[in-house]
Design a protein around this ligand. Structure first.
Ligand code: PGA
Length: 248
């Protein structure tokens, strides 16, 4: 039985006053049966971990592949862990696009995260152009092969399927399309890592998950949770998504 994970990605949103939302979330969500994770901007990791007081896991949104060094503006996985993070997102499509991150870069970041004891949430997903050209599964296969380290285990890696065209757009794939890609990812991980790890790695869907569509997405095969952007910023939105996953 895989655990379930409701993950929020705050992206470049949130200041100290936003921590009130985390307080509300902790109060409103009771005792969820799923794991809950929030990935705020790095400036809030420590303060959010204090407010979350163990009820919510905290993660970074990116890390450098090295532990220390002359890399102005970057943060290492060790630093995120030191600040209170237990997870880190790597290879989000916004990092791949805005910062030219390749699969090899993403893989080295995931490996660094694992070395420092963080769980790496590795993101993959096709563009609209890829989907229209019917190369979605080829793109996902290449991203998985290039981005997931050979050392990946169920304890160290989560894979998030995020179609680029569904992120922040209000558009979502059909449930059949989500199921097709999640089943494909499961088969790929099993073939690569063996069924013991491959079957146990949690797979998240991400891209315009909202309170209104969460339950139907969580009912799709091989969907073990969600990576939520916009709807993770407010307790009134993220709370019902956590509830939907708890009840799935
Ligand atoms: P969204 O973002 O929920 O706002 O579409 C998802 C993500 O980018 O992780």
């Amino acid at each position: 039985m895989r655990g379930k994970l409701a993950a929020g990605n705050w992206k470049m949103n949130g200041v100290a006053a936003s921590l009130a939302e985390v307080e509300s979330l902790v109060l409103s969500m009771g005792r969820p049966t799923c794991e809950v994770l929030l990935c705020p901007p790095a400036t809030l990791i420590h303060r959010m971990s204090v407010v979350a007081s163990g009820n919510i896991k905290i993660g970074g949104q990116d890390c450098h592949a090295k532990t220390t060094g002359a890399h102005t503006g970057d943060l290492s996985a060790a630093m995120l862990a030191d600040a209170g993070a237990s997870y880190v997102i790597v290879g989000h499509s916004e990092r791949r696009q805005d910062h030219g991150e390749t699969d090899a870069v993403v893989q080295s970041k995931a490996s660094a995260a694992i070395t420092e004891g963080l769980v790496a949430v590795i993101c993959v997903g096709e563009t609209l152009e890829d989907r229209e050209a019917e190369r979605t599964l080829d793109v996902i296969a290449a991203q998985l092969d290039g981005s997931v380290p050979d050392t990946a285990t169920a304890a160290t890696v989560v894979v998030a399927y995020e179609p680029v065209w569904a992120i922040g757009s209000g558009l979502t794939p059909t449930l059949e399309q989500i199921g097709e890609v999640h089943d494909f990812i499961r088969t790929n991980l099993n073939a690569r890592l063996g069924t013991t790890e491959g079957d146990a790695i949690r797979l998240l869907y991400g891209g315009s998950v909202k309170p209104g569509n969460a339950a139907e997405i969580f009912a799709v095969s091989n969907v073990d949770g969600a990576l939520v952007g916009g709807a993770s910023l407010k307790a009134a939105d993220f709370g019902p998504i956590v509830d939907a996953l708890s009840n799935a």
